[in-house]
Design a binder for this molecule. Structure first.
Ligand SMILES: [Zn+2]
Length: 134
């Protein structure tokens, strides 16, 4: 992402979209962030970067995730209602949407949240942590 790299003079541990997609550590791009679909590791197994900088850190990400899930669920449901589809489909659709799309969005919202936090605090601190140059 060019916008992040242009803000950050040090490109070595800048923002990497591939690390978000593969759910890797924002600092070293090596260690896995998640343990399964729902839990997040305490710290990076590779560089020991703390994945839980404060209690309730991921609540904001979950709020954003729920917001986007509602955004992709409610309008299609209204369209289905307007189109007068079968009642079973009308009831099943939001559940399926929340279960699959919702899980997917929540997963990536948290990864992206962690990566953005890493980039923002690095910027505020002024000096990138040297122990992450692995
Ligand atoms: Zn790491």
């Amino acid at each position: 992402m060019d916008i992040f790299n242009s803000i950050m003079p040090n490109k070595k541990n800048g923002f990497k979209l591939s690390s978000v997609i593969w759910a890797r550590c924002p600092a070293c791009h090596q260690g896995k962030v998640t343990d399964g679909l729902f839990s997040i590791h305490k710290e990076c197994s590779h560089c020991h970067y703390n994945f839980h900088p404060e209690p309730g850190f991921y609540l904001g990400a979950m709020a954003v995730g729920f917001f986007f899930t509602a955004l992709v669920t409610v309008p299609p449901t209204i369209v289905l209602k307007v189109l007068n589809v079968d009642l079973v489909l009308l009831i099943t659709f939001p559940f399926v949407e929340f279960l699959f799309v919702g899980t997917f969005l929540l997963f990536y919202c948290r990864i992206l949240w962690l990566h953005l936090e890493y980039q923002m605090t690095r910027r505020l601190d002024g000096n990138p942590p040297t122990e992450h140059h692995l």
